[in-house]
Design a protein around this ligand. Structure first.
Ligand SMILES: [Zn+2]
Length: 198
């Protein structure tokens, strides 16, 4: 399934209907993940439809966040749902204006399925951007939420979590990623459940 042709409907084993993600998530090795995305210029109905598809794709994966380049769209926006009861959110043209502290966290990514590493990043961040109505948004986030914003923003700059590893981690990671890419060539890899972040 490629492209935004709307929601596909499939059948679960028990016969119930299942909404299927309209987009395929791009995985490491896809050049689109290494490019810097461009600013969104029009916040309009078309963008809202793209966001609906992104949210469905994120829930289907399932992941806590999804950036547009992960579905091959080179625009600066991402969606997230931290399971805090407030549902899915969107940030357009996000920018981190302040960061503080240090926090180590086991980080995974839907685009690097099945792998995760302890990565140190700032603990507290202040991110600004726009919502789908074009209004300015200002969010202060810490720990998991702060990590999610930094991870998704990295995607907009063409940075993957493997680019954030220290030298000790990087050697092992190169081997793991090579094996992952061989596996992807052979058959689609299902993201492993239980990863701490997507
Ligand atoms: Zn990711």
């Amino acid at each position: 399934m490629v492209g935004g042709a709307g929601l596909g409907v499939g059948h679960r084993g028990d016969g119930s209907l299942l909404l299927m993600a309209p987009y395929e998530i791009r995985v490491i090795g896809d050049p689109v993940l290494k490019q810097r995305a461009v600013d969104v210029t029009d916040i309009d109905g078309r963008l809202a439809r793209l966001v609906e598809d992104m949210v469905q794709t994120m829930y289907d994966a399932p992941g806590l966040g999804l950036a547009a380049p992960q579905i091959g769209v080179q625009q600066r926006l991402f969606v997230w749902d931290l399971n805090d009861g407030t549902g899915a959110h969107t940030l357009v043209n996000p920018e981190i204006v302040e960061s503080a502290g240090e926090w180590s966290y086991l980080e995974g990514c839907l685009s690097v399925p099945g792998l995760s590493w302890e990565i140190v990043r700032p603990k507290d961040i202040h991110v600004v951007g726009r919502d789908l109505d074009g209004n300015e948004v200002s969010i202060e986030a810490t720990e998991l939420a702060g990590r999610m914003f930094q991870h998704e923003l990295d995607h907009l700059d063409g940075v993957l979590l493997v680019d954030r590893l220290d030298d000790d981690q990087a050697k092992d990671a190169r081997r793991q990623v090579r094996e992952l890419m061989w596996a992807i060539d052979e058959e689609p890899v299902a993201p492993r459940r239980g990863l701490s972040l997507r």
